[in-house]
Design a protein around this ligand. Structure first.
Ligand code: FAD
Length: 440
């Protein structure tokens, strides 16, 4: 009897525990992807993420076909679609890799319903190094501070060695019909705002693997010294591949150690991703609620639409912020250092609620991640886990002098920003932010 493997944020064949388990049996396999924008627990994808998803699904389908399988695409509420596909295929088993945010409620209900119907429903470790519930404080709760969290991770049993991709897959006898990916219209047509994204990025497992090899073969040596310098090619560029599960963090972890390079700092950045998911696991409403409840009363200001547009479009007159915001719009990404500066500018110098910025990033980042994005926005805004104290306000000028001293990054993305009138006065806006903070 056939098995259904339900792909979600794990669009790969290697180190895919659910697929490996299903492939052990040669009774036939149906690979399923469900675009669920209807369930209460799912957060509809942003534009850049949809662009990425299209490419990723295309490549996953091609990789499955090379091995004798194919991807079935369906749109709708997962709790209706998955059982319908199981029935159409006459399948007796459904396997998936776990999700760790709000969507796991869907998975739990579905598992119970499928089992009630006599279907074997099983979940496997997904796209984290450590299952979030295995890392806990002495009192059994979640960590709120990064250093002890990461120490506990490093003391835990090492992440499992990655599983190989199955060499062949047996197709099921009955193959349920698939939607046509083009009809999902995940990519823009006219205007096609994604040309810059397409120039920079290639979605898919092969490109993920290539990015890792590239990084470990070169830039990793510059990582510790250069990772904060946006004009330097010193970071891995792996975040969208990890976001979509085109490579597993276990693969990154083991390959990094195997490379023989000094990878401690790099892996500790992967640790921040784990920490963000650990936090989202315990706070599934991370993108709507501040972790620090005191901030519920913070006097955020309603942004003037023109001011907000200036931030979004990179015309604030602060070159590092403008360069970052334009890099984001044009390429679907932004260097981490500049993300921090741009987020600080919005939440502190403009006094705009972090959720407004989080939503913009959610719509424009190809790595828009349900944990890392709100987690980092909260961290910068001062209301998150292990956040820097609110009164530590990045000065975009000083940051520029420190991290882009020759203006190479600014010249690449926003050379005209030097001539743009400044949107806010740094000193006055800093004082206004501190006064607002005093009220809570
Ligand atoms: P590298 O430096 O090569 O790091 C390796 C990996 O570690 C990254 O691919 C990423 O998975 C992880 N990582 C690194 N830094 C962080 C971090 N601070 N938090 C969580 N994971 C981290 N990252 C996302 O993946 N998705 C997001 O939506 C996202 N939104 C952000 C919003 C703000 C306001 C800020 C300040 C940061 C955000 N980040 C987000 C974190 C970070 O900016 C990106 O992960 C990083 O820029 C990706 O580049 P890289 O892959 O070359 O990173």
């Amino acid at each position: 009897m056939a098995s259904v493997v339900w792909f979600r944020d794990d669009l790969r064949l290697a180190d895919h525990a659910a697929l490996a388990a299903a492939a052990e049996d040669d009774d036939g396999l149906i690979a399923l992807y469900v675009l669920d924008e209807e369930s209460d627990e799912t957060r509809p994808l942003g534009g850049a993420a949809k662009w990425w998803l299209h490419g990723s699904l295309e490549r996953l389908d091609a990789a499955l076909r090379e091995r004798g399988g194919a991807l079935v695409l369906r749109r709708g509420r997962a709790e209706e679609v998955v059982p319908a596909v199981v029935r159409a295929a006459g399948a007796t088993r459904v396997f998936w890799n776990r999700r760790y945010g709000a969507e796991r409620e869907i998975d739990a209900r579905l598992k119970e319903a499928l089992r009630g119907d006599g279907i074997e429903a099983r979940s496997f470790p997904g796209s984290l190094l450590f299952e979030p519930w295995t890392i806990a404080t002495k009192s059994g709760g979640p960590y709120r501070v990064y250093s002890p969290f990461w120490r506990a991770c490093l003391e835990a049993p090492e992440p499992a060695r990655p599983l190989p991709a199955p060499a062949t897959l047996a197709a099921a006898d009955a193959h349920p019909e698939s939607d046509d990916l083009a009809e999902w219209k995940l990519r823009p047509t006219s205007p096609d705002w994604a040309t810059g994204i397409a120039e920079r990025w290639t979605p898919g497992e092969d490109a993920a693997r290539a990015a890792l090899e590239d990084f470990l073969g070169g830039a990793v040596a510059r990582y510790d010294a250069g990772r904060d310098v946006p004009s330097e090619d010193a970071v891995s560029g792996l975040s969208p591949y990890l976001r979509w599960g085109e490579i597993s963090p276990r693969t990154v972890w083991h390959e990094a150690w195997r490379s023989g390079a000094d990878v401690g700092t790099f892996l500790s950045e992967l640790g921040w991703r784990e920490f963000a998911w650990h936090t989202a696991f315990h706070h599934p409403d991370l993108h709507t609620r501040g972790l620090n409840a005191r901030f519920d009363a913070f006097p955020w200001e309603d942004p003037d639409p023109a001011d907000l547009a200036a931030w979004q479009q990179g015309t604030t007159g602060y070159p590092l912020v403008d360069a970052g915001m334009r890099e984001l719009w044009q390429s679907g990404s932004m260097h981490n250092r500049v993300r921090m500066v741009a987020a600080s500018f919005l939440t502190k110098n403009m006094l705009v609620d972090w959720r407004v910025g989080e939503r913009w990033f959610w719509d424009t980042l190809v790595d828009a991640d349900a944990a890392s994005n709100p987690f980092n926005w909260q961290w910068v805004a001062g209301c998150g886990a292990d956040a820097a104290p609110y009164f530590r306000i990045f000065n975009p000028r000083t940051q520029e002098q420190k991290f882009d001293p020759e203006g190479r990054y600014v010249k690449e993305w926003a050379p005209d920003s030097l001539l743009t009138p400044e949107l806010v006065d740094l000193k006055a806006s800093r004082e206004r932010a501190l006064a607002a903070y005093d009220t809570i």
